[in-house]
Design a protein around this ligand. Structure first.
Ligand code: AMP
Ligand code: GLY
Length: 427
């Protein structure tokens, strides 16, 4: 089977690496891909949201399955573009319909969905310029800190958490006036949830679902969870504080109602669902939905799956997922992200990466990299994701940190404390 994968990050390298292990795979194309995906498939210079070029390429190269890595093409409707085109509709897409992608594309849509299906989440009010005064009164009723979310996609920057009521009121008005462009013409104000965050994942064919390993990522740039938010500096799976009782609550209160809710609402959904959760005194609450795998979560989840991912995707596209046995390795997988100096602020690209082949006992996933004349260069903020499996978290971390020292490029930075907060749960 020929597969076309959209995207260019560490998540896509991890998906490509997993699919490449399948005897069912003939050709793997990645659009646009990175230096890592180029080693296991063929990168094609097409942007992930250029649907016309993607469609033409798929026809010409007899693609049998489209796997979508990032949210952007899904929110823009790549799945509908394929299903609505007579020449493309025979190609199944791993990724929801445009309507399904609204779970990530619109915070208000997600909140209304959760309300309709009684899925636990923070209390909220959706505000536009037309009901600003209601929004200001709602803030008065809440306790600090105040959570303001741009309704639309804002490149991960659309969530503000403000300790002070006056600041929250001012920010609310600035957001509605276009602080994040059209994405914040509508703002969701939320009650602040206190607890520990983690993420759960499923793959669904719209009828049934399979639970994938859970994970915890490290979003801040600085050690001890300090400094600016990033795309993710590291990740750990499994999550030691997510015991069986908690995970059962997640399945009963969140996962099953979500998949059933999509069905009730007649929303076509084939693909991954990523549940951003807060564990509030042992009770799960949904912070957000994402309609794709996470990055760097994919870099710790894919290595823990025994299943043949191409077979899983095939079953999803035939609506036969319930027949699949999705076995998960008991090992811990961690990943440590090497990033460019200055990230998440401004940073240089084009730095030569050395010693990539001098590592052992880890899986080296490329994030922002490119190749020129057989030399690999940095090409983004997040550069290399070093994933390792181990019988324990510390064993896995030891391997990743050893290789984090070996791989090098000018300005290399990484967090040396991935998993620091989880040690207490392991004793
Ligand atoms: P989101 O983009 O919705 O995931 O929000 C980004 C981050 O803000 C989350 O990962 C949480 O750390 C935090 N956050 C979002 N919503 C809330 C909330 N209601 N209560 C507490 N923290 C939140
Ligand atoms: N690591 C968070 C995300 O992929 O959205």
């Amino acid at each position: 089977m020929n597969i076309l994968l959209l995207g260019s990050g560490g998540r896509e390298h991890a998906l490509a690496w997993k699919m490449a292990q399948s005897p069912k795979l003939s050709k793997l194309f990645i659009a646009p891909g990175n230096a890592g995906t180029a080693e296991i498939g063929e990168n094609i210079p097409i942007k992930a949201d250029d649907f016309e070029s993607i469609g033409n390429f798929a026809i010409k190269n007899e693609v049998n399955l489209l796997v979508v890595g990032p949210e952007d093409p899904l929110v823009k409707g790549v799945s509908n573009y394929f299903s609505g085109n007579p020449e493309l509709k025979h190609i199944p897409v791993i990724g929801p319909s445009q309507e399904g992608a609204e779970l990530e594309g619109s915070k208000e849509f997600a909140k209304e969905f959760m309300k309709r299906h009684a899925i636990p989440t923070a209390g909220y009010l959706s505000v536009t310029k037309n009901n600003l005064s209601e929004g200001l009164s709602f803030l008065d009723e809440l306790e600090a800190p105040y959570v303001l979310k741009a309704d639309g996609l804002a490149a991960g920057k659309g969530v503000l958490i403000l300790p002070n009521l006056d600041d929250a009121k001012r920010e609310l008005q600035e957001m509605l006036e276009g602080k994040f462009g059209a994405a914040s013409e509508k703002v969701v104000i939320e009650e602040f949830l206190r607890g520990i965050e983690m993420s759960a994942f499923v793959i669904t064919d719209g009828e049934s679902y399979k639970i994938l390993p859970e994970a915890k990522d490290y979003k801040r740039i600085g050690e001890g969870d300090t400094g600016l938010n990033t795309g993710g500096m590291g990740c750990v799976s499994p999550v030691p504080f997510a015991g069986d009782d908690f995970l059962k609550k997640v399945e009963d209160q969140v996962i099953r109602p979500t998949v059933e809710g999509l069905k009730k609402d007649e929303i076509n959904y084939n693909g991954f669902i990523f549940f951003g959760l807060m564990n509030v005194h042992g009770e799960p609450k949904v912070i957000e939905y994402n309609v794709r795998m996470g990055d760097p979560e994919a870099e710790v989840i894919m290595p823990r799956l025994k299943a043949d991912m191409v077979e899983v995707f095939e079953a999803v596209s035939r609506k036969q997922l319930s027949t699949v046995n999705l076995e998960i390795l008991p090992d811990t997988c961690v990943t440590v992200m090497l990033v460019s100096g200055g990230y998440p602020g401004s940073y240089a690209k084009g730095k030569k990466i050395t010693h990539l082949k001098d590592t052992a006992e880890s899986i080296i996933f490329h994030a922002g990299t490119k190749t020129e004349n057989n030399i690999v260069y940095t090409n983004g903020g997040r550069v290399i994701s070093i994933s390792s499996l181990g019988a324990t978290m510390s064993e896995a971390l030891k391997k990743s940190y050893k290789n984090a020292e070996i791989i090098d490029f000018e300005g290399k930075n990484y967090r040396r404390d991935i998993g620091f907060d989880l040690q207490v749960y392991l004793k």
